[in-house]
Design a protein around this ligand. Structure first.
Ligand SMILES: Cc1cc2nc3c(=O)[nH]c(=O)nc-3n(C[C@H](O)[C@H](O)[C@H](O)COP(=O)(O)O)c2cc1C
Length: 371
């Protein structure tokens, strides 16, 4: 073979090998739409029960840990429980966010039950955030209930990019807050509180990104490969972190737990946060009168009630909780933004032109129900 032919030949081999490698790699993000809902259960259940529990599980949770499980007592009688194997001790050592997430689960459950004509009777069991049994619920068809459009539950999602800078219109804010009785404040992007929350969110992310306990925990909950996304059906995925295109391909195929601990990953996260807070309509702050389990559950429910309305107005929600997770920023925030109550959620909000469908996965019903 002469030199020219040799070069042609080896180039062709490299191209074929490269193409074959690419085609056998994870070429696109594995998302919610790629998975069929799995309705199989070991515990015999009625279809209505399955629908209600699946919709409940579409609730948001920190790092998408889905920190709940359900004890099944008899048809339409369950206990919503706290799954300690899913706690985030690195960023949430008091399980405050766990209970908030369970509150959002409870709100979804009630709306989903109402849609099928059931009312819910809840009984609080927990007196601390660490108790396993949080609340029992009995569903019955004895009382009239208002139907709820479950599409709102199915289409709710966290959005982190492409925010517009227009502030929330008064009529849209009124729509979100209708029937809410306090504990929610909006700080538009023209306010000094907005600037403060932006700066402190960056600062808290800087602190947290270099706190190894928090970063290690994040590494445990990131599912880079499509194989892991499908296997665990929880955690943060490239799709949910909105890592698309070539960057998505790189992280899906070449990143692992160790990558999260590298300086480059930490710095990229901080840079992303700087970019994110530069665009929004401002911040929504949700608070509660105290730290009791009941108040945390109610704050989680409050979050979910307004989040489920947001898409109607093309408003995106992005919880950014690092200020509350890092002591230095947490101790100063109430005074700085003039809120006396206990702050439970800091949400970056903003209008969005094209509202994409949800991408995060949920564990099938069989994985989070027990006798
Ligand atoms: C208590 C709580 C804290 C959260 N904190 C953050 C956060 O700090 N940063 C973030 O990007 N998302 C945060 N989220 C959003 C979750 O990551 C998101 O709900 C989860 O990944 C599931 O995605 P989905 O909301 O699109 O269904 C939080 C959600 C909850 C309920």
């Amino acid at each position: 073979m002469d030199r020219r032919n040799f070069i042609k030949y080896t180039t062709a081999i490299v191209v074929i090998a490269g193409t074959t490698y690419y085609l056998t790699s994870d070429t696109s993000n594995f998302e919610r739409a790629d998975l069929q809902t799995d309705l199989k259960t070991k515990i015999p259940m009625q279809n209505d029960e399955k629908e209600i529990l699946i919709l409940a599980s579409l609730a948001p949770s920190g790092h998408n840990t889905q920190p709940w499980f359900v004890k099944y007592h008899e048809p339409f009688h369950w206990t919503i429980c706290n799954d300690r194997t899913r706690w985030l001790d690195g960023v949430d050592p008091t399980q405050r966010e766990t209970i908030l997430s369970i509150g959002a689960f409870v709100q979804n459950l009630e709306y989903a039950a109402n849609n099928l004509g059931y009312s819910c009777a809840f009984d609080l069991l927990a007196s601390s955030n660490e108790d396993e049994e949080i609340v029992t619920v009995k569903l019955s068809r004895s009382l009239p209930v208002q139907k709820f459009d479950i599409k709102k539950i199915q289409e709710r999602r966290t959005l982190r990019s492409n925010y517009l800078n227009g502030i929330i219109k008064k009529e849209d804010l009124d729509y979100l807050l209708e029937n809410e009785t306090g504990f929610i404040r909006y700080f538009p992007n023209t306010s000094k509180e907005h600037l403060y929350l932006n700066e402190q969110t960056i600062e808290a992310n800087r602190i947290q990104s270099y706190r190894d306990a928090a970063q290690n925990e994040l590494a445990d909950w990131v599912r880079f490969s499509n194989e892991d996304v499908e296997k665990y059906r929880d955690g943060l995925t490239p799709a949910s972190m909105e890592i698309e295109g070539f960057s998505g391909w790189i992280v899906r195929n070449f990143y692992d737990k160790q990558s999260v601990m590298k300086q480059d990953f930490r710095e990229k996260n901080i840079a992303k946060v700087v970019e994110q807070v530069s665009k929004s309509a401002g911040w929504l702050v949700i608070s509660s009168p105290d730290h009791s389990v009941l108040s945390l559950l109610e704050a989680g429910r409050r979050l979910q009630r307004i989040w489920l309305k947001a898409r109607d107005k093309k408003i995106a929600f992005h919880p950014m909780t690092q200020i509350l997770e890092e002591e230095k920023t947490r101790l100063a925030v109430n005074y700085a933004i003039g809120i006396k109550e206990n702050i439970q959620f800091l949400l970056r909000v903003g209008y969005i032109e094209n509202y994409p469908d949800p991408v995060t996965l949920r564990r099938p019903i069989n994985w989070f129900t027990r006798n």
